[in-house]
Design a binder for this molecule. Sequence first.
Ligand code: SF4
Length: 133
Amino acid sequence: MNPVLTAAERLTVRPKKLLTASNRNLARDNILSWTLPAGPVRLADGRTVNPCPSAGICLRACYAMNGTYRIPSVRERHQCNLAYVLDDLPGWTAHMITEINTRRQPVIVRIHDAGDFFSVLRGSSVCGVMLGR
Ligand code: SF4
């Protein structure tokens, strides 16, 4: 997180690495994650987005709205992820393909441990990553 930039400006900064080893148990098995925020979210630039458009009763007990998901730096990272796919989906797709293909070891990706495939385009981009592997 760059404290010199405003929260809205930080939404436009693309991370060097997309995949994280945020879940240590999974990382031991070489499973890395990339995720979105859960449920309706108001981004720092004022946009309100719902990455879980089909969510219903699960919103009341969503694991991704509790625990470490509530830590401000974690929330911000997930919101930046959402801004990336909203604002530059082709760039995100190319970035993810490059990152996976240039790793020294094969990796298993846990995609969207929170959030959903909120649009056909978003689902297509993940298919593009799978085909680009
Ligand atoms: S992340 Fe999954 S469980 Fe949580 S609100 Fe979205 S769809 Fe429901």
